[in-house]
Design a protein around this ligand. Structure first.
Ligand SMILES: N[C@@H](CCC(=O)N[C@@H](CS)C(=O)NCC(=O)O)C(=O)O
Length: 237
């Protein structure tokens, strides 16, 4: 069970955990895609430190955070002895799962199953998150003219809806998790995306029954419940 977390975004040099040289530090924003990395870390049972960088408060674009991660995004993982943070959700969860392989079976040993994880991640992060939700919530990333932002967002919503239909179709073949071999690093990100679907008003329970069942399974996991509690998120299917 991890130790108590530092939930505030305090200057690192003044944080209470700076002498904990063997723990890693996750920079996260509640309910964002970093929640998936948080879940995988929590599943390891190893101690770690949390640093909140709330996107809604603009903290990801603060000079202090940009000095830590010039991309201005969460998640970012600080590793003992490593001068630069590790960024990009798939890289982070893969490293965590690989390093904790002895206790955590979230990265399949079979090469095809591992490739299926990569297949999911490339599409979910690049297309569904980057293009879909990026276009919906951050249209200015795609076109400068404010007059066109509403059109970009509307189009991106269509991208999300089509992608969600694809996800549901993939999950509806009787599998219990994203990759049929079992619970993997991909599943916590599907949990995040499911919640975002609810947030933007998609009728997830009606249109995505298989994905809803997967989400219910994930919500039963003690590690997932602890993470939702720590991030202050209430969520039921
Ligand atoms: N490709 C990155 C995307 C990370 C990302 O876009 N994170 C969002 C939160 S879900 C963020 O930090 N946004 C902050 C901002 O746009 O200022 C990954 O997979 O880690």
């Amino acid at each position: 069970m991890p130790e108590p977390h530092n939930l505030s975004f305090e200057p690192r040099a003044e944080g209470p955990y700076t002498r904990r040289m063997n723990t890693c530090r996750l920079y996260y924003s509640p309910g964002s895609c970093s929640l998936a990395a948080h879940v995988v870390l929590e599943e390891t049972g190893a101690p770690y430190v949390l640093d909140a960088v709330p996107v809604a408060e603009g903290a990801t674009q603060s000079p202090r955070y940009l000095a830590i991660n010039p991309k201005g995004r969460v998640p970012a993982l600080e590793l003992p002895g490593e001068p630069r943070v590790l960024t990009e959700l798939p890289a982070i969860v893969t490293l965590i799962a690989r390093r904790h392989r002895a206790v955590l079976d979230m990265l399949p040993a079979d090469p095809l199953d591992e490739a299926r994880c990569n297949e999911w991640f490339a599409w979910l992060t690049g297309w569904v998150h980057g293009v879909g939700f990026g276009g919906l919530w951050r249209p200015a990333r795609f076109i400068a003219a404010p007059a066109l932002h509403a059109a970009v967002s509307a189009h991106a919503r269509g991208t999300i809806e089509a992608s969600y239909a694809t996800i549901e179709q993939r999950l509806a073949d009787g599998r219990e998790y994203a990759v049929p071999c079992g619970y993997t690093v991909v599943d916590p990100f599907l949990l995040v995306l499911y919640r975002w679907g609810v947030r933007i008003g998609l009728p997830m329970r009606d249109t995505c029954p298989a994905w809803s069942a997967l989400t219910s399974r994930l919500l039963e996991r003690p590690a997932v419940q602890r993470v939702l509690r720590d991030e202050g998120i209430e969520f039921a299917v």
